[in-house]
Structure formats: structure tokens, C-alpha cells
Design a protein around this ligand. Structure first.
Ligand code: ARG
Length: 400
């Protein structure tokens, strides 16, 4: 009997070539699986393409809601920006895709699964760490890591094997989901060169954005967005809608010198309109409702959470440990944040919360307040005491 291999299939060039390559090289039957995480590909077309290349069976799984509520919302609560710039959009979807691969592998009783990652990126790590932990007996293949085909050779292989090539994505390698769009390769490999306009799909160039600003008010409940401009929205709809609105204003373009887990520095370009706006709004609201001790400590927890996710350790128990802390803090993160969008930029321009720790009576520069300014004198004495003592000694020693 023929072996069956389960392949994570995107419909793109790499994984399409992979189907034929695995069929030929291993004389195997192929089952393909595609997850809808909001990448805006027509899943029907992806399925048709898979069938056309001769797979035995294809799974299309709508995982948008699960992706948002279990992955994206955790990232919002953790203010996740890798190296201060990248909202870990690609990284967030990988463990979800891996877990569905494992699920279908069990259902179909296959013992080998394959993915289309190269040996140079982070995604191979994210897939394999998760799959191997969830299903230690599954064999995982990463043929692109070994086959040594250049992109041109792949294209030739595709042509001779009747695999259609979509021209829109060339020469870029693109990964999309609801939380963002990652673009690599081609001219982007020259970090000194401005990204050509054709890499962008979700955002207009800021100079072509409307001349009038637009305001959006986002409501958060326990740290996650639940309504926009006064209208309650399904989590998936909220993010899709905000991607459209912010993208129309040229917001969310990111050009990043990134440190990959495998040690490579790489120039990465992203479009993440909703992510950038929501992360900023969330962070702003946190600063209104958490004490400064919570805010400062949480920054370290957030950075650790983000690093785990970026480096493929979604399933490490530390993530859930950190989330226990994060979720506790989010009980306070309720309220509304008003954001102004204009020509590629955005600012939070207002916020309200029933949990606000802001006390106008304390903060005002008016004289009639409950803050007794005479207390500050003694406070400054004690606050500066260790610094003063040490500096006086330093000055003395210099003189001697
Ligand atoms: N550098 C990002 C990450 O590691 C994006 C990877 C995008 N993948 C792609 N096939 N273009 O998460």
C-alpha cells in the first residue's frame, strides 16, 4: 500500500511544487490541509488547485475565530511587538496550523506530515516544535530545506508539471493572516532600498491617503477589543474592519531589520494596520488603569511572552504561566480609546475607563487640590538620599 503524507498547503508555489515532488519522490498519496486564518485567499480555489495537482483529499478549515480569540487576543493583552516593531502576526498562526495538522493526521491515521518552510526562517521551528510536542511519533518532513531548488528551478518544475503560477506574488514571499501581512524576498533583500510600492496590498501610500483625518473609538473589555465607534462587533469582523479603515489611511507599514531565531539578520516588511492601532490603544488604556508598578513589571512579562511566541515556543508552559499574570491585570483593562488616523500616522487622542486611576483633583495645576505640595519637599530629600551620598563621595575622591 502507498504511504500517505499530510501536507500543510497554502496554494502558493512552494507547497504546490511540494505536492508533485512528494508524489514522485516517495510514490506517496497526498492529503493537503489549508487553514483560513484570514489570509484572504479564495479557499475554494486553493482546494481546486490541490485537487488539480492530484491530492487524494483536501481539508479547508475555517480557523479565523479561533485564531483571533485564542491567539490574537493574547497578543493584544501582551502588547506583543517583537523588537519593538513586529506584531508577531505570522508567528501567532503557526502553532494553530500545527495543532490542526496534528488533529487531521490523527483522524487520517497518517504517520508523516510535511510543511513548505525553508531552513532559514523561524516558521520551520514554530511548526516543528509544536508538532513534535503534540505528536511525538509523527515524522515531520521539510523537503524545501533539502531539495536545493532555486526559485527559477521551482518555476520550471511547476511549468513542466502543469502547476499554475500566480504572477501577483512574484518575486515576493508573502504570508498573510488577519493580524498582518509579511513580505520578504526580491528587492526587499536590499535593506538600503525603499520597498517598492507593489509589495503593499492592504495600505495606500500615506501621501495618497485622504486629506481629512478619521477617528475610531475602540472599546475594550478585559483587555480585548469588543466594539468600534459604539457598535459591538464579532472579533473577526472588528479586526477586518479596522484593517480596512486604517489601511485606507496608509497606516501599518513596517520596515524592520529583524533578528531571526536562527541567527540571521533580515529585512522584513509588514502591513499590519489593525494590529498597530489596537496595540497602541490597548497600551494606552493599560496606562490609565494599572499602577505604575504593574505597568513596569508587565513590560517585562510582555517582552518574555513575545519572545516565546516569536521563537516558536507557544506550547511551553511558561506562556500560560505568564498569561495567568497578564489575564489578572486585564480585569482592569476596560474602557474606550479614541484614535485619530491621518496620512500614515495615528495617535491616541482620548480615553475613558470606569477603572481609571487618573484623578484630576490630584493632577491639576490648580491650587485647590487634595495633593499637598509641601509633602514633596521631604520626599525629595529621601528619594535623592542614596544618590546624593554616593555623588558627594565621588567628588571627594576626585579631589584627593
Ligand atoms: N519574519 C517573520 C516571522 O518570522 C515573517 C515570516 C514570513 N514568512 C514568509 N513566508 N514570508 O514571523
Amino acid at each position: 500500500m502507498k504511504d500517505t503524507i499530510l501536507l500543510a498547503y497554502s496554494g502558493g508555489l512552494d507547497t504546490s511544487v511540494l505536492v508533485k515532488w512528494l508524489q514522485e519522490k516517495y510514490d506517496a498519496d497526498l492529503i493537503t490541509i489549508t487553514l483560513d486564518v484570514g489570509q484572504q485567499n479564495d479557499l475554494k480555489k486553493v482546494e481546486e488547485k490541490a485537487k488539480k495537482i492530484g491530492v487524494k483529499k483536501h481539508y479547508s478549515i475555517d480557523a479565523k475565530e479561533e485564531f483571533v480569540t485564542d491567539h490574537v487576543f493574547s497578543a493584544i493583552k501582551a502588547n506583543a511587538l517583537y523588537e519593538g516593531k513586529y506584531p508577531v502576526s505570522t508567528a501567532l498562526a503557526r502553532p494553530l496550523i500545527a495543532s490542526k495538522i496534528v488533529e487531521i493526521a490523527g483522524k487520517e491515521e497518517v504517520s508523516t506530515v510535511a510543511h513548505g518552510c525553508t531552513g532559514k526562517g523561524n516558521d520551520q521551528v514554530r511548526f516543528e516544535v509544536t508538532i513534535k510536542a503534540l505528536a511525538p511519533n509523527l515524522k515531520v518532513m521539510a523537503p524545501v530545506r533539502e531539495w536545493g531548488l532555486t526559485r527559477d528551478e521551482e518555476m520550471k518544475f511547476a511549468k513542466t508539471n502543469g502547476i499554475e503560477i500566480s504572477h501577483s506574488s512574484n518575486p515576493y514571499s508573502i504570508d498573510q493572516n488577519l493580524w498582518g501581512r509579511s513580505i520578504e524576498c526580491g528587492p526587499l533583500e536590499n535593506p538600503e532600498q525603499e520597498p517598492p510600492e507593489d509589495v503593499f496590498e492592504w495600505t495606500v501610500p500615506p501621501e495618497k491617503a485622504p486629506d481629512k483625518p478619521e477617528y475610531v473609538t475602540i472599546k475594550f473589555e478585559n483587555g480585548v477589543p469588543c466594539a468600534m465607534n459604539g457598535i459591538n462587533l464579532h472579533p473577526v469582523t472588528l479586526i477586518q474592519t479596522l484593517n480596512n479603515i486604517a489601511g485606507k489611511h496608509g497606516i501599518g507599514r513596517i520596515d524592520h531589520m529583524e533578528d531571526r531565531l536562527v541567527g540571521i539578520k533580515s529585512r522584513e516588511v509588514y502591513e499590519c494596520p489593525a494590529a498597530m492601532v489596537l496595540l497602541e490603544a490597548h497600551k494606552d488604556l493599560e496606562k490609565m488603569v494599572l499602577t505604575r508598578h504593574q505597568v513596569f513589571f508587565k513590560q517585562q512579562v510582555d517582552a518574555q511572552w513575545t519572545l516565546l511566541v516569536y521563537t516558536g515556543l507557544w506550547i511551553d508552559p511558561l506562556r500560560e504561566d505568564l498569561e495567568a499574570f497578564i489575564d489578572k491585570t486585564q480585569e482592569r483593562v476596560c474602557g474606550e480609546v479614541k484614535v485619530k488616523l491621518y496620512k500614515g500616522g495615528f495617535q491616541v487622542v482620548g480615553r475613558t475607563s470606569p477603572m481609571s486611576l487618573y484623578d484630576k483633583n490630584l493632577a491639576t495645576y490648580d491650587l485647590q487640590t487634595s495633593f499637598n505640595q509641601s509633602w514633596s519637599e521631604g520626599f525629595i530629600e529621601l528619594w535623592g538620599l542614596p544618590t546624593r551620598v554616593s555623588h558627594i563621595l565621588k567628588t571627594k575622591m576626585k579631589k584627593n
